[in-house]
Design a protein around this ligand. Sequence first.
Ligand code: SF4
Length: 327
Amino acid sequence: MNNEMKNNPPLLEVRDLKMYFRSGKDSVVKAVDGVSFRIDKGKVLGLVGESGCGKTTIGKSVLKIYNPTGGEVLYKGKDILKMSKGEFKKYRRSLQMIFQDPYSSIDPRQSVFSILKEAVLAGGAKMSTGELKDKVNGYLETVGLPVEMGNRYPHEMSGGQRQRLGIGRALACEPELIVCDEPVSALDVSIQAQIINLFQRIQKDMGYLFIAHDLAVVRHIADVVGVMYLGHLVEMMDSEGLYANPMHPYTIALLSAIPITDYYKEKQRKRIILQGEVPSPLHAPSGCPFHPRCRYATEECRRILPELKDMGAGHMVACHNVEKIAD
Ligand code: SF4
């Protein structure tokens, strides 16, 4: 680590993260296998991939909900995986999660006001009743909920309103890093756009790990996009670069399904239909995990796992044949 990194470490740096689950007597599922990335203050990393690719496992490992098998999760330079429960408690409030279904993390017996009040006070802040009311109403306003909604209960809200409440509750903890796990996947498309706009508005100088199964969702919010496949990062690049010039066959196939991108329009690409399903992580293929579905697969791909390599300007790609695939 150079001196600058030491004195000014990234908000979050994940190094060689591994999360293996035992399945039965002799099998091991490698849900995440050697993933590294960083998130700087004020930046959004979009992590994208089909279900089962390990993105949610990464989100939970970053928040120490899981105890990873290996690697480091450095929050402001300190490895939270090595911290005791007591030590981690100091950081817990700074690291928040927003779920796909906020219902799962909300007490349905509490009113909206009481849910937000609890989040505001959980850090030990002391304030008068009036100040507390102003603070809670401020969060309602920030997430676009009318103040009168404070008296409602979660079951009286729409899916979009509940997600706004989930976001408000996370913000009330004054976090520095938020892990958003598919926060818009369960919502109608028009509501998705509103919630994405809300995220863009509140971003400020927090860092986000924004998990989605769809490249279209993270396009307007992520500064950097990482594409995952079966526990591995297969491509990572700043958002503009990735959408304009995808290099990994998996990313190319995913993007070909979004006809709105310039990549599709300018290059007159045809939609690439991926053959077959993502294999079960329990029976992960040898070599490149994408090889059974890849039309460029060679013998080398079946034997050797490709490393993530910098193809220039920080465009990281894990593919043996990337030079041949590039048009
Ligand atoms: Fe396809 Fe081989 Fe590249 Fe994997 S390494 S994506 S199988 S060409």
